[in-house]
Design a protein around this ligand. Structure first.
Ligand code: GLN
Length: 486
């Protein structure tokens, strides 16, 4: 088992920093070495900013909650002076951020050090990171498999111990699903809990930034730093931010946790299902009361999401016109050809598919039939959760119906790929929070262990509840401690 600093959690590093055993420079150097030694076969990183990170480490204030802790950043969150390609050829090598996203500003204020940009599906569209226009990222547990997506680089870097923690984004599952596939913890905060200023928008009514970490404790530490109202994002909520770390008291006795019958149907890999059932038994042992519930409109979540998300994406991606930023085609004969060719050359297939779909569902004559209808169904899905949370404090389910699939296995079948998010998407439509925590392994065909994630969903702004449950679960199991090379 690796004993390098990059294998430790934020909590562990902080106590070693306090005793003076290690310094922030030791940590940053160790993570940089680990990237050099181990990232070439996984391919999580697109770039690292070693010099700046070492400088920050030299000046780090370890009395701050994240003082001296390096964090990898999904390549669609702006960090001043660093490239931001969104995993797309249209921005690769041509865009350097001119400002810090609010989450980065807050992380820096808390003492953290942004170290490197990690890969993702282009503009966060996908579930495997295979849609990256830049490189393939592999799952550290089995290099023939995908790490999940779209925050695949974030999850792979944390699992491979080439990052202490990472920031990802979740529009339909992109933090929780890769966290599940890589054996890490992934938290999607409620809509409005974390500012999205400086996050390149995919679907603005669904996007949220959140942490991918080695433990729920670490997720709580990061959420403490990034949550809260931001004048620069009018959708951020002006609601008090509790101390998430303090809410981890291990006491889940008497909490009511719902098992939605619609999430436990055919189509889930049977070994995955058995890990989930064992995980739920553990929660029962810890004192939670497991309650059967129903979320009757679940079956419409995927189709509703793919109308709303594509509609919003088609509008958000209109800004990539290769005039203000992005790669330009060479020698267009007129302005229309400039737009057409620059976008055709710059965007990948999935992004084009979504823009076309989104434009179609918004077009006159189809708007009512698709977009407006989808918004109505979204309300029904949201109401399902509101009703359920009158009876229970949280909801438990698989994070994904399978473990990590093979590279290339689904890339020619977009519809099948869309189903990888069947259990995560509804939370985004409803604006609630969710976390995925490791709850077991299944065996892949080459004998490799493949991680399975347990999803815990909570009402809007109740991150403290789901973190408390996942933390209690982690402290009485050791799935999250396992490493790919054990
Ligand atoms: N996989 C989903 C999609 O392709 C969700 C992506 C995300 O959460 N960014 O849209």
């Amino acid at each position: 088992m690796s004993t390098s600093l990059s294998a430790l959690t934020i909590r562990q590093l902080r106590s070693d920093l306090k005793t003076g055993h290690i310094s922030p420079v030791d940590i940053v150097n160790d993570v940089i070495d680990s990237i050099k030694n181990k990232d070439s076969e996984v391919g999580a990183y697109l770039s690292i900013n070693s010099e700046d990170a070492i400088k920050r480490a030299q000046n780090a204030d370890i009395s701050k909650p994240l003082g001296g802790i390096p964090i990898s950043i999904k390549d669609l969150i702006n960090v001043e002076g660093q490239p931001c390609s969104c995993g797309s050829k249209i921005l690769k090598d041509s865009y350097i951020s001119t400002y810090d996203a609010t989450v980065i500003k807050r992380l820096k204020e808390a003492g953290a050090i942004p170290l490197g940009r990690v890969n993702m599906d282009e503009f966060a569209m996908g579930s495997s990171t295979e849609n990256s226009g830049i490189q393939i990222t592999k799952n550290p547990w089995d290099l023939k498999r995908i790490p999940g997506g779209s925050s695949g680089g974030s999850a792979a870097s944390v699992a491979n111990d080439t990052a202490i923690a990472s920031l990802g984004s979740d529009t339909g599952g992109s933090i929780r699903q890769p966290a599940s596939f890589c054996g890490t913890v992934g938290l999607k905060p409620s809509y409005g809990r974390v500012s999205r200023y400086g996050l390149v928008a995919f679907a603005s009514s669904l996007d949220q930034i959140g942490p991918i970490t080695k433990t729920s404790e670490d997720a709580a530490i990061i959420l403490n730093a990034i949550a809260g109202k931001d004048q620069l994002d009018s959708t951020s909520l002006d609601s008090e931010v509790p101390n998430y770390l303090q809410s981890l008291d291990m006491n889940i006795k008497g909490l009511r946790i719902g098992m939605p019958k619609e999430y436990f149907t055919d189509g889930i890999n049977s070994e995955v299902l058995s890990c989930i059932h064992k995980g739920i038994e553990k929660l029962r042992e810890l004192g939670a009361e497991i309650v059967d519930i129903s979320l009757p409109h679940t079956e419409f979540a995927v189709s509703t999401y793919y109308i709303i998300a594509t509609a919003e994406a088609s509008a958000n991606l209109a800004r990539f016109d290769a005039v203000r930023y992005g790669n330009r085609t060479t020698d267009p004969t007129n302005i229309i050809e400039h737009y057409r060719k620059s976008r055709a050359e710059g965007f990948g297939e999935e992004v084009k598919r979504r823009i076309i779909l989104g434009t179609y569902v918004l077009s006159s004559g189809y708007n009512d039939a698709y977009y407006v209808k989808a918004q109505k169904v979204r309300t029904l899905i949201r109401n399902d959760f509101t009703n359920a949370f009158e009876k229970v404090d949280a909801i438990v389910s698989p994070t994904a119906p399978t473990a990590a699939f093979k590279i290339g296995e689904m890339s020619n079948n977009p519809l099948q790929m869309y189903l990888a998010d069947i259990f995560t998407i509804a939370a985004n439509l409803a604006g609630i929070c969710g976390i995925s925590t490791p709850c077991g392994f299944i065996e892949g065909d080459t004998g490799n262990k493949l991680p399975v994630g347990l999803q815990i969903l909570g009402p809007a702004l109740q991150e403290a509840t789901i973190l408390k449950i996942s933390d209690a679960f982690e402290k009485s199991t050791d799935w999250h401690k396992k490493k790919p090379l054990d």
